[in-house]
Design a protein around this ligand. Structure first.
Ligand code: HSE
Length: 436
């Protein structure tokens, strides 16, 4: 059989990793796909850049359209990232009937509905395993491995940079800004690190996971997103004293009235496996009604882990080239005409427990006043501790853990608490999930 000819858009970290992995594992991959996979055309802005691996037999071009339009190229792998021209290039590949493999999380989260609709019309596959959690095959798990389940919730550490920062803050007691600089120097963060630390990158990935888990369209604009920039080493220490770790989680959950889609820092019990995922590693817990909770762990980024996912997608699309479109696994797991547009709950309607960090005057009656406002809003306290004041400060930190409460009730109570003259700073709150 003739080799399948692949065009690569992008020869950076992931593109280079893909070239290396496909060359090193050529035989294994051919045994799986049933045909040899050969990269024939590669778009790179810098063709003369020295590479540590062979590019023999590959045509290096400096115009990405030359890859897509190359009549020899049968499959296009888009690894340049960004929205434009990646979107136009993918749509053109679809128009030409060429299957596409992409690692582009932002593009799928924002424009996936349109891309998949076009691909389905044209009977072309668009595969995107590398877009979420790097080397962890979580798309395959949700779309195929757990297809017999009703998925109840998904919760994941899906941004390695945030996890690296929170781990270093906990282990070394360092401040957020200092560790962020280190993460940038190590090359973990996105070119614009606010995408990581403000939760946007994780929201892209959560959008994709939720669509596949629940059979809903991609709804990036409905994801609630909160970053980790206001987490302090004190919060991490106090949480630890109470038996919790702080992690930035992406959570998608069915609730009675709709679904929750949210990315934010979160206290989770220290005994949970997810709480012990450290550094840049990623992990996703999926709770299915039949299987119960399942955990998937691995590297969420990096040249070869991401190439591992690209390689798996290439094998899939090559296998599917001979299958009728209606017999392929649907892009978003559920048949396109069976997607349901479930309501995404506004955060006011979401129920979680809370960690509250207050700075208050050290005088009689303060705790009673705060407890009364909480009680007025039906908020039950699970734990309270008063900490030593910092040497330079008069006021004392007061830490509460609450039971589950509607966010709108917590908002109302916090507003009243903040109006007390004895409360010296806005109520600093972090949601708490037991993941049970
Ligand atoms: N910046 C991302 C992260 C890279 O930190 O997880 C992988 O998407």
């Amino acid at each position: 059989m003739q080799p399948v000819k692949i065009g690569l858009l992008g020869f950076g970290t992931v593109g280079g990793g893909t070239v290396r992995v496909l060359a090193r594992n050529a035989q294994e991959i051919a045994r799986r796909a049933g045909r040899e996979l050969r990269i024939t055309t590669v778009f790179t802005r810098d063709p003369s850049k020295p590479r540590l691996y062979s590019v023999e037999g590959m045509r290096l071009v400096t115009d990405p359209w030359q890859v897509v339009e190359d009549p020899e190229v049968e499959v296009v792998a888009e690894l340049i990232g960004g929205i434009s021209p990646a979107k136009e290039l993918i749509l053109r590949a679809i128009e030409l009937g060429k299957p596409v493999v992409t690692a582009n999380k932002a593009l799928i989260a924002l424009h996936g509905n349109e891309i998949f609709a076009r691909a389905s019309q044209r009977g072309v596959m668009v595969a995107f395993e590398a877009a979420v959690a790097g080397g962890i095959p979580i798309i395959k798990v949700l779309r195929e491995g757990l297809a017999g389940n009703r998925i109840e919730w998904v919760a994941g550490i899906i941004n390695g940079t945030c996890n690296f920062i929170l781990s270093a803050m906990r282990e070394q007691g360092r401040e957020f800004a200092e560790v962020l600089k280190e993460a940038q120097a190590l090359g973990y963060a996105e070119a614009d690190p606010s995408l990581d630390v403000e939760g946007i990158d994780a929201a892209h990935k959560l959008t994709i996971l939720a669509a596949i888990a629940f059979g809903i369209p991609l709804k990036f604009a409905s994801v609630y997103t909160e970053g980790i920039t206001r987490i302090t080493p004190e919060d991490i220490r106090y949480a630890e004293e109470l038996g919790y770790r702080i992690k930035s989680l992406g959570i998608a959950r069915r609730s009675g009235e709709g679904i929750e889609l949210r990315v934010h820092p979160c206290l989770i019990p220290a005994r949970r496996l997810l709480a012990n995922v450290e550094g840049v590693m990623n992990a996703v817990v999926v709770k299915g009604d039949a299987v119960g909770p399942t955990l998937y762990y691995g590297p969420g980024a990096g040249a070869e882990p991401t190439a591992s996912a690209v390689g798996a997608d290439l094998v899939d699309v090559v296998r599917a080239m001979t299958a009728d479109p209606e017999n392929r696994v649907p892009h978003l797991a559920f048949q396109p005409d069976a997607l349901s547009d479930l309501r995404v709950l506004p955060m006011g309607e979401v129920e979680t427990a809370y960690y509250l960090h207050l700075r208050v005057a050290d005088q009689p009656g303060v705790l009673a006043d705060i407890a009364r406002f909480l009680a007025d809003h039906d908020i039950s306290i699970e734990a309270v501790i008063q900490k030593e004041p910092k040497p330079s400060q008069q006021d004392v930190p007061l830490i509460f853990l609450t039971h589950k409460v509607r966010e709108s009730a917590l908002d109302a109570a916090a507003k009243k608490i903040e109006s007390l003259p004895t409360v010296k700073a806005p109520v600093h709150r972090i949601r708490l999930e037991t993941l049970e």
